[in-house]
Design a protein around this ligand. Structure first.
Ligand code: BTN
Length: 244
């Protein structure tokens, strides 16, 4: 995969900018990285707070998938690529929380939001990634959960280094994903599954389930082991740790 990176100073959301460009036909591999994102989106209608070029990395990548190809498990594959990129930069204790959070030291460091643009040429996947690079008083005041920033592990990393490393890992993992699906990346994802074996609650539009967190299957669905020994497959929702 080859990437064509466009740096912009300010935008509402890099996913929105790239969604608009995708519908105008920009090629697969187009990347938009933004210094100051003013209305970043998270999953399930939430907002994503970002700071500036030194405190946040916010970018989106367009990946076109041929007709008939499945994108099942893609957000897990993307999270894995980000984790492996950080590990290759010697960031310790990186974990993944299903379906798409990247953790550092047991707290959320970043997230992935994938949106879809489809036409007769197949699926256009807008892969949005946001990471906290440094503490930032203005941004941090608006975050309502425990979170981490990369400077806690490696204060000297620059945004360009992090972006470049993530893009190279994405090139490898997306190629692999296109050939063999998430099944081929499952083991690597499982090795970083931060909540494996722990009691969790999954909440989604269709209700909530509790059980022990299992691994993701070949389609990226999460297996939950309930108290009565049943295995429930979860395809969407939010996972939270249940405290005894
Ligand atoms: C989540 O944790 O819910 C996903 C967060 C994804 C944030 C990134 S920042 C770049 C891209 N543009 C957006 O508006 N959102 C994603």
């Amino acid at each position: 995969a080859r990437f064509d990176v466009d740096h912009i100073e300010r935008c509402d959301s890099t996913n929105s900018v790239l969604l608009a460009r995708a519908s105008q036909g920009v090629p697969s591999g187009s990347v938009v990285v933004c210094d100051e994102q003013t209305a970043g989106r998270g999953r399930r209608g939430r907002s994503w707070r970002s700071g500036n070029a030194s405190s946040s990395l916010t970018f989106s990548l367009l990946w076109r998938l041929a007709p008939g190809c499945s994108s099942a498990g893609l957000s897990l594959a993307v999270g894995l690529a980000v984790a492996q990129a950080l590990e290759s930069l010697n960031v310790p204790a990186v974990g993944l929380k299903w379906p798409n959070d990247i953790w550092l030291f047991g707290r959320k460091l970043g997230g992935v939001l994938i949106e879809v643009e489809s036409d007769e040429a197949g699926l256009g996947l807008i892969i949005g990634i946001g990471l906290n690079l440094r503490r930032d008083a203005a941004r941090d005041a608006g975050i309502d959960q425990a979170f981490a920033s990369l400077d806690e592990a490696l204060p000297e990393l620059t945004r360009e280094q992090v972006l470049g490393t993530i893009l190279s890992q994405l090139a490898l993992r997306l190629d692999h994903f296109a050939r063999a699906g998430f099944a081929a990346l499952r083991q690597d994802w499982a090795a970083r599954n931060a909540l494996y074996g722990l009691p969790v609650t999954v909440s989604s539009e269709s209700g909530s389930h509790t059980g022990r967190c299992g691994h993701a299957n070949a389609e990226g669905a999460l297996e939950l082991l309930t108290a009565c020994g049943a295995r429930v497959l979860i395809t969407s929702g939010d996972l939270s740790l249940r405290l005894a």
